[in-house]
Design a protein around this ligand. Sequence first.
Ligand code: FES
Length: 233
Amino acid sequence: MELVTLFIDGTEVKAREGEKLLWVALDNGFYIPNLCAIRQADSPLASCRLCFVEIEGRRAPVTACTEPASDGMVVRLNTPSVQRLRNTAFELLLSHHKLDCGHCDKNRNCGLQSIASHLGLKLKLTRLRRVSRDLPVDSSHPLFIYDPNKCVLCGKCVWVCHEEGTGILDFAFKGIETRVSTIESIPLAEAGCNSCLACVAVCPVGSLVTKPGVSVEKARTLVAQLTGAGPES
Ligand code: FES
């Protein structure tokens, strides 16, 4: 594939033509917040809306996970409009996420915490109201627990379940009711799960976690292999 030259915040970088800007930036040491991007996925889900960047000549910021690199591109990562959009996206995610860090297994290993720390944001709502969903937690599986109230709908578990597992997870319902679920919300233990734990490995928050005493080593190793970036990149 042909190499192109582009500029990220004034630094010249080389990239394969067509490679998504998110990966070009991360591979060259630039931070762009992201929760839903999967390097190996054919088409980005672009659901978290955290990875906005500005490109010279464009009227509005674009999502870096969907934007292909091209020769001569001038990219800026931290303009006021980028900050405004991604801060709003971050707060929107928080508004649907049950914040319970003190009791969460992913405390200090959480994508939301990592992004807040990188961007200097607080893990609290300032403009939006909390959307409390009170959905039932599924602890039917012997190895892991799924709490849909913490899910940020990044879609990584859905993708990896279809790649590595038995494809039992998918998006269900629409709009504000959207959630990740098994078909007809049957319990995970009865849904034909092959216990690969890949969904636990890629979940960037505390929505899918192993049960106490279950090794997380397999899950951690899978993160790097499956997403190419890990939940906190
Ligand atoms: S929208 Fe680009 S990483 Fe989520």
